[in-house]
Design a protein around this ligand. Sequence first.
Ligand code: C5P
Length: 406
Amino acid sequence: MRLTGKHIVLGVTGSIAAYKAAILLRGLVKEGAEVQVVMTPAAKEFITPVTMSALSGKPVASEFFSANDGSWYSHVDMGQWADLILIAPATAATIGKMAHGVCDNLLITTYLSAKCQVMIAPAMDLDMFRHPANLSNLEILRSFGNLIIEPAEGELASGLYGKGRMEEPENILEEVVHFFNQKKKLLNRHFLVTAGPTHEKIDPVRFIGNYSSGKMGYAIANALADSGAKVSLVSGPVHIKITNPNITIIQVESASEMHELCLRIFPEADGAVMCAAVADFTPLSYSGSKLKRGKDELTIQLKPTNDIAEELGRIKTGKQVLVGFALETNDELANAWSKLKRKNLDFIVLNSMNDPGAGFAVDTNKITLIDMDNNQTVSELKSKKEVAVDIVSRIILEMERKTSQK
Ligand code: C5P
């Protein structure tokens, strides 16, 4: 199964070749992909949604609202969920609408909301295909970075012979597999990722924690795994489900548990991304029974925890990449830079608490990446998924640099 864990939106439009979309869908599912089919209204004239939902194991999305209960199909959610949007077959009309942003159906709105790669398999008559309007629309789509799976030459539904026949489903499937394989620059690499908060126990019912949701760390684990790496994700208590076969989750609660596991895993790893918001202090002593309410003030003495990143920085070899995070409220750049130095990091990802949309619990982040030469790269506000992909691209560059240094 070469597409396990991949999320694919399969867009089907109104062409005779729509029946081939069923064969393509079957192939994608057999390879382990999770497929959400989106049909344009015209597509349903050629193949029934029942066929497509049976093969994908999911209801087909087609209208903006469900006629039954008024529930809304979120094109934004689908666009964010997808690792790939594949439109097969794509008619001249759909290609034109995509090129010009004409959002009159769910498929085009999903296309405009998506951040992932888009692949398009055109299907039309030869004269339509070679019409300058269609060719220039395809050029526009290429300029957006979309991949066009060239139609084949052959017999067309009109009875004519020429270029315009949708590429065969088996070949489209191979293009999809190839696209995902290309991205696997971290094959045979192993990364340690820490994520989430830690809980430092005071007594059996109370702890000291923080607002970290774990979203950024989990997104990084996913992005590393998507690039082919095996990931050991040492996670504090969070509410995120993850089912990527390349990711092993090791649940911990306290900073000291996280510390112990990281020291054990790191020597075997090619690198580590320290995303967890590890408690800096933990109670000096633990009360085995619940502390009782009293009239007097209660003082809990705290002792510092081990700085895991700093310890890994000390044992890091020349081949390992170590990445840290800094969440700052003031003197951001100076603080982040001194952390990078102290912890011997290859680069540090700075989020400022002063940036709206960045930091704990939200789905977006705005980062500044600082490297060992104090080069600072500021990026715009993005989803944590996109930020994770950017960070992993940078890790790949660092790995390549270290490997070439020998
Ligand atoms: O010093 P500060 O806590 O701001 O540093 C943040 C970075 O160090 C993050 O990458 C965090 O995961 C890591 N860290 C750690 N162990 C600690 C504290 C922070 O690994 N005890």
